[in-house]
Write a protein that binds this ligand. Structure first.
Ligand code: MN
Length: 229
């Protein structure tokens, strides 16, 4: 076996509730507009079109409790609280009925977004990459294994900034269920253990600024916290 030019980076990894072992992150997929009220606040019609997928780099993951610097090239950083499904076993063309068996567990994540860059990209018909996939753009709480918490289809999902609630909805408001998302995404790429799927955010997204303390909570799953430096 030939040597690497330089040492490969350690994989990004997440804490697992009740475990000393960590979950190695392979890829991060995200679903756009999976709650009708959020689709409407973004100026879209929340009909059941095919879900829209985008990605973040795996090393965008940042552990809950961290302080992150305010990111560059934006003056409109937004919070998006999301249920995150962590894939434990891979597969392609997964049937909806089998989909949840591929999910290891769930976490509370924040899909940090440079909304000004995203708006410019949307207007110009350009990709969202740099508005969504940037350093520290995926804060995530510890994963709760499905063997312990099941596969939550309902429960409160909320986010507060400095203690004031900004997003408050229920997982049952999702347009596409986790099983449907896993099944559809697996038609486009072969999912692998270590993949994370951000399943979309409810209404109430808005800006955060330096000094803000952000807390998210998903009933039956766990929480996530973030301070903007
Ligand atoms: Mn999102």
């Amino acid at each position: 076996m030939s040597a690497f030019l330089f040492p490969p980076p350690e994989p990004a990894a997440l804490a697992i509730a009740g475990e000393t072992r960590r979950f190695p992150v392979r890829r991060i997929f995200c679903v756009g507009q999976n709650y009708a009220a959020h689709a409407r606040e973004m100026g879209k019609d929340p009909s059941r079109e095919q879900p829209c997928f985008f990605s973040k780099p795996a090393d965008a993951v940042v552990a809950s409790g961290a302080t992150i610097p305010y990111p560059p090239r934006t003056t409109d950083l937004h919070h998006e609280i999301e249920l995150v499904a962590a894939i434990g076993s891979g597969g392609a063309d997964i049937a909806r009925a089998d989909a949840l068996a591929h999910v290891f567990g769930y976490g509370a994540g924040i899909d940090l977004t440079r909304r000004d860059l995203q708006s410019e990209a949307r207007k110009a018909g350009r990709p969202w990459d740099l508005s969504k996939g940037f350093d520290n753009s995926a804060p995530l709480g510890a994963l709760a294994p499905a063997t312990r918490v099941g596969h939550p289809g309902k429960g409160r999902i909320s986010l507060a900034v400095n203690g004031a609630i900004r997003q408050d909805a229920d997982l049952s408001d999702m347009i596409w269920s986790v099983a449907e998302i896993v099944a559809i995404l697996s038609q486009f790429v072969r999912l692998e253990a270590g993949d994370l799927i951000f399943t979309g955010t409810p209404a109430g997204v808005g800006p955060i600024v330096s000094g803000d303390h952000v807390t998210g909570e998903i009933e039956g799953v766990g929480g996530v916290a973030l301070t903007v430096g």
